[in-house]
Design a protein around this ligand. Structure first.
Ligand SMILES: [Fe+2]
Ligand SMILES: [Fe+2]
Length: 400
């Protein structure tokens, strides 16, 4: 059994709370552009300070956007029409996955995550020494945490895809959008079924993921929803799914992820096509710059802030500080791989839609993300191509 965290005493709880508030202030304090702060700030307070995602159900998020009707039914975007055809042919049934597969989350032979996923040395320097079995238990919980966040992200994607289908001005985009709504429903279905029937545990939504979902659901501007969901969250999803597809040995999970990744490849492709047109041709320079700054802040949020605190709260609060835990997460080879796959997908897409100008590049370089500027954007990459790339990188994934 994993060491059971002591019930935190008042001073430990207080320290944890202060650390959490300090982090929230850090997230909001670093945003320099006042328009970006106005857009992300309220969601940041709801997610990080009020922790709305953890206050029980339901979580109402007010949404106001304009539904765009067109009674002339224009054939206005051949690339979106082609994506619609591809999406109809690419539909699959979650029931057809090999659900009969036996899954043992702590199996040392068929590993959900590899042994060297975590920074065990940092944990051990913090005084937490785990034997082999305890390590496997912690990795099983970490898998549950990851898959729970995938599921919560998919719920956000389902609602955002529905909103975007109403709001977008391309008629071909609306037809395509309906297939994405179906895709996201299927993703919710299969991740939930995997968690319920194979792992038996569900973690609450991570506060930072909540902030991003809240911000894009509440923003009335369709292109901000698009940017938030089709580029940023889908990029995050492809990074996380791709990492897990590469490192996991569990065959049911791998076949589930393979199907989901192929759907997601279409979703990002759609986002790139819609936004490229809009951002490069229709927006003013100041509107473009606002979106560029917004995307940078969200990218930083995604790079720095997924600190797996829900696992810390469960196992390590009272045994080590949150600052030490952050080091464990930062130095974890598995999460490093996740960040690499995510940014190698995300930055070429931002470049393609006109949000990686010379003005913002130094900021990305300073954040250590300059090496991802090149690479293929989603409109150049099919789902099969993406899977091939992930397969090719499989052997070289983690050290050891
Ligand atoms: Fe999805
Ligand atoms: Fe998606």
């Amino acid at each position: 059994m994993l060491p059971v965290a002591k019930r935190p005493d008042l001073s430990t709880s207080m320290q944890t709370q202060l650390d959490a508030w300090g982090e929230a202030a850090g997230v909001l304090g670093q945003i320099r552009d006042p328009k970006v702060l106005a857009s992300l700030g309220p969601a940041g307070v709801r997610g990080l300070v009020l922790r709305r995602g953890k206050q029980g159900v339901p979580t109402p998020i007010p949404a106001s956007h304009s539904a765009h009707f067109d009674w002339s039914y224009p054939h206005d975007n051949p690339e979106m029409a082609e994506l619609y055809r591809r999406a109809k042919r690419g539909q699959w049934d979650g029931d057809d996955l090999p659900w009969g597969t036996f899954v043992d989350p702590v199996s040392p032979e068929v590993r959900l995550l590899p042994d060297d996923f975590m920074a065990w040395d940092v944990l051990s320097r913090a005084g937490v020494k785990l034997d082999k079995k305890e390590r496997r238990e912690l990795l099983a919980d970490t898998s549950c945490w990851l898959l729970s966040q995938f599921l919560h992200g998919e719920q956000g994607a389902l609602f955002a895809a529905a909103q975007v289908t109403e709001a977008v001005q391309f008629f071909d985009g609306k037809l395509y959008g309906s297939t994405q709504v179906m895709d996201e429903a299927r993703h919710v279905e299969v991740f939930l079924r995997y968690l319920e029937s194979k792992l038996g545990k569900l973690y609450q939504i991570n506060d930072n993921l909540y902030v991003i979902i809240d911000a894009l659901m509440a923003d009335a501007r369709w292109d901000m929803k698009f940017l938030g969901m089709q580029i940023m969250v889908e990029g995050l999803a492809l990074g996380a799914f791709g990492m897990m597809y590469q490192v996991s040995e569990e065959p049911l999970l791998r076949s589930l992820l393979k199907n989901v990744i192929q759907d997601e490849a279409r979703h990002v492709h759609y986002g790139v096509v819609a936004l490229r047109e809009h951002i490069t041709k229709e927006l003013s320079e100041s509107e473009r710059a606002e979106r560029e700054a917004w995307a940078f802040e969200v990218a930083l949020l995604m790079r720095n802030r997924f600190m797996v605190y829900e696992i810390f709260d469960e196992h390590f609060e009272g045994l080590m500080s949150r600052a030490t835990w952050r080091e464990v997460v930062k130095q974890s080879p598995g999460l490093d791989r996740f960040r690499a796959v995510m940014f190698s997908r995300l930055l070429p897409n931002l470049r393609e839609i006109g949000l990686l100008s010379d003005k913002i590049r130094p900021a990305y370089e300073e954040a250590g993300l300059g090496r991802y500027f090149t690479g293929l954007a989603a409109d150049q990459l099919t789902g099969d191509g993406m899977i091939e790339e992930l397969e090719a990188g499989r052997g070289a994934v983690l050290v050891g």
